[in-house]
Design a protein around this ligand. Structure first.
Ligand SMILES: [Zn+2]
Length: 471
């Protein structure tokens, strides 16, 4: 059984450490000591900031909603979290693990415990030991409270003020809520060389405590190299992968694990399952598309079925909703349901919504949202939005130019686009109406239905004329 192996391993480590002191010449490097850095924040602050950042991350990146994969990663993660040495455990922290449907070989963890493991990392790893190695490294940044330690350091030089700035730092140096506008790479907190080394050293220890061979963490660097993929936030360029490889293996001498967990049947099954999915986008592609992912409906349960596209005609009775934080009211057929989150709301009939490859997909319905834009004029702002939509929907084509119209008494543009629906493979028509708000943001309405179905035209027109914008 694993638990007894671990404790034997610990005894062995204690013994070998003693042996080292007795026999080895003093000049040899001993096991590295790790300490916390000075930190003006409380562990509760880590939790608070991490949850804020996690919310942002989940709006930006599509989670892979697959229970087999998710359950497995959560099990491995919890085993690692409970192997964190007691001096680095925090009762306030809650570790949880989610899989992002992105192809980069990467993972990132946020203060207080949320961790996001990319599908690409799981697919690239040669075995469970390598996957766990990356997770051990990321867990160590959390346990050592590197995020808030870094913010503490930054504040000494008054770069930041107040806790509100921290989530921003963690997510890339700007306020939370502006992620969609950020160029990609900055999403990950860039730690110093010192912090990275500490995360490798503690990561090796956590892995060993959990029954993994810490050298598998080092082996992951070779795997990433072999696959020619950048490890992004994980494979930071400082220290160099070569130095990190050597350092971890050096540390591993003190961490002998008998019969380590390496190839597991669960890991093989999960990899096979992931390879059955179509190619995932890179995180940069996802970020560029700027599409917010509707992650939950009002009850927080986003349906996981693939939409069939078989739906009832729109009801002739309408129901009003206040959306986008109450700043907009709309009326929609009363057999449509509201889905989505604060920045992007859908109304769609049963059968028209669901998930495909971990992404929310709609076949019929309307979507209202607000897009950040740096463009001053409506047409270039709309161009920017259309480009963003095209990044997320590779089959999207513009089918005509812009026409002038009005929306809620404001000057607006409308255009028609065509797309092939990912889930059903059917060609669909997309009507897009945009208008600029007084704060410069772009308000949009998207109406979608299969191109050979005319029954939704009237409803879309009614919905568009019901829109009241109160900005
Ligand atoms: Zn790191």
């Amino acid at each position: 059984m694993r638990s007894s192996q671990v404790s034997n391993g610990r005894r062995f480590i204690a013994w070998i450490t003693l042996f080292t002191f007795l026999v080895m010449p003093l000049s040899l490097v001993a096991q590295t000591q790790i300490k916390y850095h000075s930190n003006r924040y409380s562990p509760q602050d880590d939790v608070k900031v991490g949850l804020q950042a996690a919310q942002e991350a989940e709006q930006q990146f599509p989670l892979l909603r697959d229970e087999t994969v998710g359950g497995y990663v959560e099990r491995v993660g919890q085993r690692l979290a409970s192997a964190i040495p007691s001096e680095f455990q925090h009762p306030e922290f809650r570790y949880y693990f989610k899989v992002v449907n992105a192809s980069d070989i990467n993972a990132f963890a946020l203060p207080g415990g949320p961790m996001y493991v990319n599908r690409g990392m799981i697919e690239a790893a040669s075995n469970e030991g390598e996957m766990a190695g990356v997770m051990c490294h990321e867990l160590s940044h959390v346990a050592l409270r590197h995020g808030t330690a870094q913010a503490t350091k930054a504040q000494k030089y008054s770069i930041l003020s107040g806790i509100a700035g921290i989530a921003g730092t963690i997510l890339g140096g700007q306020g939370v809520g502006q992620l969609a506008q950020l160029p990609f790479g900055v999403y990950f907190l860039k730690f110093s060389r010192e912090y990275e080394t500490e995360a490798d050293v503690l990561g090796a220890r956590i892995c060993a405590n959990a029954g993994y061979d810490p050298r598998d963490l080092a082996n992951m660097f070779k795997t990433i190299e072999r696959q020619g993929g950048g490890g992004g936030g994980f494979l930071s360029d400082h220290p160099s992968p070569k130095d990190r490889y050597a350092r971890i293996n050096q540390e591993a001498q003190y961490l002998k694990v008998n019969n380590p967990i390496r190839d597991t049947r669960d890991f093989a099954r999960v990899q096979e399952r992931l390879r059955g999915y179509p190619r995932a986008q890179t995180m940069a592609e996802i970020a560029r598309s700027g599409q917010r992912n509707p992650v939950g409906d009002n009850t927080g349960n986003y349906p996981s079925n693939v939409p069939t596209g078989r739906v009832d005609y729109p009801s002739t009775r309408y129901q009003s909703y206040g959306i986008l934080n109450g700043n907009v009211t709309v009326s929609v057929p009363n057999n449509w349901r509201q889905l989505g989150e604060s920045n992007s709301v859908w109304f769609a009939p049963e059968g028209a919504y669901g998930q495909y490859n971990g992404q929310a997909v709609f076949t019929h319905g309307v979507n209202f949202g607000i897009a950040q834009t740096s463009q001053r004029n409506l047409q270039s702002a709309t161009d920017e939005l259309v480009n963003g939509l095209a990044q997320g929907n590779p089959n999207l084509r513009a089918s005509r130019g812009y026409q002038r119209t009005t929306l809620s008494g404001r000057s607006a543009l409308w255009t028609s686009l065509s797309n092939r629906n990912e889930a059903t493979g059917r060609t669909e028509n997309i009507r897009l109406i945009t208008t600029q708000l007084s704060n410069g943001q772009l308000f949009y309405m998207i109406a979608v239905a299969p191109s050979n179905e005319q029954g939704f035209e009237g409803a879309f027109q009614n919905v568009a004329s019901s829109v009241r914008i109160n900005y």
